[in-house]
Design a protein around this ligand. Structure first.
Ligand code: NDP
Length: 497
């Protein structure tokens, strides 16, 4: 670790932020990884003004789609060339195991490649005309758009917003989470190295309540793409309503994962564990409510708990580690408070529930896989997002009982179904209310498939070929083909006798 203060990328300049000096900490040891000065509101204004000027004068928006695509392909290539350094940096910035951060980096490269292809193949349409004119539907870039991201999957979340926004011809300001700023800064460097005109990308680390708010309110910001907590998302939606500004909000979840009585138990055990405990449960899509057919409940729980007890929790740099530390001491305390709440609500611990101690565990913010049961779905721990490695197990009697419970949540982000009967799984999959339903798998993603939540889990969709359109304004063009002037005001008009 160097004590040197990292510069930020603001309006085409690499310079120190004007806010307070702070460090990004490695959650496995609590030691600083890098020092930087946060941006302040003046920096925000400068970045947005600069982005606006770059949008107007850099010629990026006017480049042909295949020319913009070429820069995005190059960004993907640079990410791949530096994949290992990026994965190691991300491991240090947010404490995820190295295997997982490698996947996130690969996903970011794939996202740039995908939106490069989406950009150069996007079609504008000639629509059926109803008069003496040709009608077209075309798309224009918006101007300056903002990407506000959380700490749990930095480079992948940022790529999901920055790639389509740039592909569409916009300028972007990124507000990464204060505690995980390093990957967004590195991404901006790669974008510039790939030939993106200066000023089109700025990175503004610092407190979201100050900077994120100032970005969202800024009149030159024409769209906000936000991933984070539901409360923050609603706050952004209020500001957006006043500005009549489109937003996309990828928010929290409390996703049900459902084991029917005909499930393949090997698959179900592995899938349920991966769904909740990978990323230490710090995932919006974590399958945090487990519903098991009552007849199967006890044998399934025995197998699940035995397998969960074998999950390797520890040093994120170790290739065999499955769960690293939580992001911060404060977040671990919040998870502990939820477990205590579950117990006070009448829950029983089936596994975990105690902070890990000894050697490396004393330095980092570790918490073990934890399974609670004996609760009902309406209790707070079953309704509120814990965002940690805590699974609540609930038995169900029949499909009606299951649907009552599984759909009874303010959130509706994702769900998992484990069954050998494809017709049953299909029928249930259509009745579950969620933006994504996985059948006999969990937490798998394709950039080509839209992602987003219902209800308090969000608004709008990211990804998918048409994800690029979220960063564009649609325009209709009418081309008059009349041989004569329009009849109404023409001296040749024919008046009915
Ligand atoms: P927050 O909502 O606190 O933060 C997310 C981002 O918003 C951060 O950059 C934060 O800045 C910023 N922010 C905070 N306050 C404001 C504000 N008033 N105006 C604008 N921006 C603001 O979420 P967490 O960091 O706690 O992230 C975890 C949440 O993210 C969970 O609820 C999780 O479910 C959700 N999430 C959703 C995903 C999805 O795709 N649906 C994916 C991943 C996570 P700072 O942190 O610097 O203060």
């Amino acid at each position: 670790m160097t004590e040197q203060t990292l510069p930020l990328c603001i309006a085409g300049q690499w310079r120190l932020g004007r806010g307070e000096r702070y460090a990004s900490y490695y959650p496995a040891t609590g030691e600083p990884v890098a020092w930087l000065n946060a941006a302040n509101v003046e920096d925000v204004n400068e970045a947005i003004e600069g982005a606006h000027q770059a949008f107007l004068h850099s010629g990026w928006a006017q480049r042909k789609p295949h020319e913009r695509a070429a820069v995005l392909y190059r960004i993907a290539q640079l990410i791949r060339e530096q994949a290992e350094e990026l994965a190691q940096l991300q491991r240090q910035d947010n404490g995820k195991p190295i295997g997982e951060t490698r996947n996130l980096v690969a996903s970011a490269a794939g996202t740039f490649q995908f939106f490069a292809a989406a950009c150069e193949t996007l079609e504008e349409t000639i629509t059926p005309s109803r008069g003496d004119f040709v009608t077209m539907s075309v798309y224009e870039p918006m101007g300056v758009v903002a990407a506000i991201t959380p700490w749990n999957s930095p480079i992948a979340s940022e790529a999901q917003k920055v790639a389509p926004a740039l592909a569409a011809g916009n300028a972007v300001v990124i507000k990464p989470a204060e505690i995980t700023p390093l990957l967004a800064l590195q991404l901006a460097r790669l974008c510039e190295e790939a030939g993106l005109p200066k000023g089109l990308i700025s990175v503004l680390p610092g407190k979201g309540s100050v900077l994120g708010d100032a970005i969202t309110r800024h009149p030159l910001v024409k769209r906000v793409s936000f991933t984070g907590g539901t409360r923050t998302g609603k706050h952004i939606a209020h500001i957006a309503a006043d500005k009549m500004m489109p937003v996309s909000l990828e928010l929290g979840g409390k996703s049900p994962t459902i084991v029917l009585d005909d499930a393949d138990l090997d698959h179900a055990v592995a899938g349920v564990l991966y769904g909740i405990f990978s990323s230490s449960g710090e995932a919006c899509i974590a399958g945090s409510r487990l519903f098991v057919a009552r007849a199967l409940y006890e044998p399934f729980m025995l197998r699940l708990c035995a397998a969960a007890a074998n999950i390797k929790v520890g040093n994120p740099a170790d290739e065999t580690t499955q769960m690293g530390p939580l992001i911060s001491a404060a977040h671990r305390e919040s998870v502990e408070r939820y477990v205590a709440l579950g117990l006070s609500e009448g829950g029983r611990l089936r596994l975990g529930g105690q902070r890990l101690t000894g050697d490396e565990y004393d330095k980092g913010f570790y918490y073990p896989p934890t399974i609670l049961e004996g609760l009902s779905n309406d209790q707070r721990v079953c309704q509120e997002e814990i965002f940690g490695p805590v699974l609540i197990a609930l038995p169900f009697d029949d499909e009606a009982d299951l649907l009552d419970q599984a759909n009874d949540s303010l959130y509706a982000l994702a769900a998992g179904i484990w069954s050998r009967d494809y017709k049953r799984a299909w029928s249930l999959g259509r009745k579950i209310q969620a933006g994504t339903v996985w059948i006999n798998t969990y937490k798998q993603f394709s950039i080509s498939t839209p992602f987003g939540g219902w209800r308090d889990s969000g608004l709008g969709r990211e990804k998918g070929r048409l994800g690029i359109l979220q960063y564009m304004e649609q325009k209709s063009l009418y081309w008059g083909m009349n041989e004569r002037p329009l009849a109404w005001a023409s001296e040749h008009r024919e008046v009915a006798p």
